[in-house]
Design a protein around this ligand. Structure first.
Ligand code: ADP
Ligand code: MG
Length: 278
């Protein structure tokens, strides 16, 4: 078997809140003993409802946050301490795309200059190469000729394309998308998902794709890990998960998608037949 790009081993992360003069301290276990490996070129979707620990896990998987217990290994080695020089060098190989693209971009700077800044932070390149790399990546995300625009002059879908361009210009090895399409209209969602899938093939990307939407996870994921209350309750290849879900919680999620499984489809047909007969 090929070595995984990312391996999480028994990762746990707790948050302490309160504990001041007026409130009792509470401890939330946001991620609870999670183990997960992501192979090169694989898209691992992580699904779960809000508060299940997906974003906390994403930050640990990206090396932005350290676990309280267990380990996050990137290509077999733990991430450097956040903020250190070694950690800053690591930032290029793991890129992050969040839900809200306008919050991720500087409203005053052109898209091209923000992509260029990412490039010069992580690589030495002469002005001509830099300009060519910016043009090339804008072209690949479908924003050819729009580099001079500022965020205000672009739609939500275009902004998320710009964020993707900025993440991919440094040719990362792992791309982590946390609810990257959740804020977009359904039709724009589909465009961005299709773009992501073609970029994935083109760049040979490995991806962790986080979503609360099992339909979206099915569209992009080679594998789906289902999270509930900080734990992964099921983690299997997408078609197995849909054909024969094992965890009760996965079945609940599947039942919420109209006719997602053969069983759900039969149940729906049976209900329709009863209605016709009545
Ligand atoms: N910075 C934080 N401080 C305290 N609690 C947090 C913090 N971030 C997340 N949590 C809590 O951890 C749990 C998991 O949150 P999160 O990882 O954001 O889940 P998700 O992304 O699935 O919605 C939630 O109960 C949330 O309230
Ligand atoms: Mg989240």
């Amino acid at each position: 078997m090929t070595d995984p790009i990312l391996a999480l081993k028994g990762v746990t992360r707790r948050y302490r809140t309160g504990g001041g003069f007026f409130s009792k301290e509470t401890i939330t276990t946001a991620v609870d003993d999670v183990s997960l490996t992501v192979a090169p070129g694989e898209v691992c979707a992580i699904v779960g409802e809000s508060g299940s620990g997906k974003s906390t896990l994403a930050r640990i998987a990206a090396g932005f946050d350290l676990p309280d217990g267990g380990a996050a290994l990137f290509r077999g080695a733990p991430y450097a301490r956040p903020g250190s020089a070694a950690w800053r060098r690591e930032r290029a190989v793991v890129q992050f795309v969040f839900q809200n693209p306008s919050g991720a971009l500087d409203p005053r700077a052109s898209i091209a200059s923000q992509i260029g800044e990412m490039l010069t932070t992580h690589e030495r390149c002469d002005p001509a190469t830099r300009a060519a790399r910016i043009d090339d990546i804008l072209d690949r995300v479908g924003l050819a000729g729009m580099g001079r625009r500022v965020p205000q002059q672009m739609s939500g879908g275009q902004l998320q394309r710009a964020v993707l361009a900025r993440a991919l210009v440094v040719r990362p090895e792992l791309l982590i998308c946390d609810e990257a399409v959740s804020a977009l209209d359904v039709s724009v969602q589909a465009q961005i998902l299709n773009l992501l899938m073609s970029l994935k093939d083109e760049f040979g990307l490995t991806m962790i794709f986080i979503t609360h939407d099992l339909g979206v996870a099915r569209h992009v994921g080679d594998r789906i890990a289902v999270m509930q209350k900080g734990r992964i309750v099921e983690n299997r290849r997408t078609h197995y998960l849909f054909d024969s879900p094992r965890a009760a919680y996965t079945r609940t999620l599947l039942a919420a998608i109209p006719a997602a499984t053969p069983a759900a489809r039969r149940a729906r047909e049976a209900a329709a037949a009863r209605e016709t007969a009545a």
